[in-house]
Write a protein that binds this ligand. Structure first.
Ligand code: DHB
Ligand code: FE
Length: 280
């Protein structure tokens, strides 16, 4: 059976993708951010997951206001990124696993999550930047991917409580797949940030650190927030935390925090990183 070996959550700020492309990892601005990642690379090298489920939010590349699913999932053999306006380079196509995707879809819909099915899906920085950060630089992507997309663009957004439940259903879906695969679930986005308006540049370090702690030990505490409360506490893009809650919901075993890092600011954002192991 497929097994969820762990969860990772990381910010997906486009500037990170450009810093990787330009090799700026050792520059003073970037070093404290990229120095957070080697323990995650060591874990990935040791555990060698076969498949990564990437829970992310599209920012207007594949979905726009004319047609906005609340939750969507890829069922394609490969996924391509495009530059949605941040100057990001196209990356080699990301391999999919259609058979596994269809299993997850069957299971989610049977579990009352009527997710939009995408046999063709362009992935933006929310997906591509974490892929480069976690799995890049190896010549060939070392994992097959399943993109799971969440609306954070057009209100109403799904509540944190709903997202946590989707994560639990995702965990059941993955663990009921008959192939012996090691799966890592990645939640991208966050932490606090606001890119526009009067509070542009708003970051709430205290709240970010509270979330990083609670997501490990007491994720249900975070499901009590409403989206407007998250906007108030963490800025207009702060609700990207819901992707972290989906990741956490999928980990249904004994969860141990192996590593974390938090650095502000990267661009306009509190950049958080969390590595959680999920033991049977
Ligand atoms: C930034 C952060 C994001 O999450 C995003 O989607 C785009 C930009 C930023 O801080 O620049
Ligand atoms: Fe974002």
């Amino acid at each position: 059976m497929a097994r969820i070996v762990g969860g990772i959550s990381t910010s997906h700020i486009p500037a990170i993708g450009n810093a990787i492309a330009k090799g700026l990892q050792q520059e003073p601005y970037w070093k404290p951010f990229f120095d957070g990642y080697p323990p995650v690379y060591e874990w990935l090298d040791r555990v060698k997951p076969d498949v990564a489920v990437i829970v992310y939010n599209d920012h207007g590349l594949n979905f726009f206001l004319n047609s906005m699913p609340t939750f969507a999932i890829g069922a394609a053999a490969e996924y391509r990124n495009e530059d949605e306006g941040w100057g990001l380079r196209p990356l080699p196509p990301f391999p999919g696993d259609p058979k596994f995707s269809w299993h997850v879809i069957e299971s989610l819909v049977a579990d009352e999550f009527d997710i939009t099915i995408c046999q063709d899906l362009k992935v933006d920085h929310g997906f591509a930047v974490p892929m480069s950060l976690l799995f890049g630089g190896k010549g060939k992507w070392p994992v097959r991917t399943i993109p799971l997309e969440v609306n954070t663009v057009q209100h109403p957004l799904p509540t944190p409580a709903r997202c946590y439940k989707l994560g639990q259903a995702l965990g059941r879906a993955i663990e009921s797949y008959s192939q012996d695969l090691k799966v890592v679930v990645v939640g991208t986005g966050g932490m606090s940030h606001q890119l526009e308006g009067k509070r542009a540049g708003f970051i709430n370090k205290e709240f970010d650190l509270y979330c990083m702690q609670k997501i490990v030990t007491d994720p249900k505490a975070l499901t009590k927030y409403t989206i407007p409360e998250l906007v108030e506490l963490a800025g207009s893009q702060g609700p990207e935390l819901i992707m972290w809650l989906i990741m956490r919901g999928a980990l249904r075993g004994r969860v141990t925090k192996l590593h974390s890092n938090y650095h502000i600011p990267i661009s306009n954002t509190g950049a958080g990183l969390l590595l959680l192991e999920n033991a049977a």
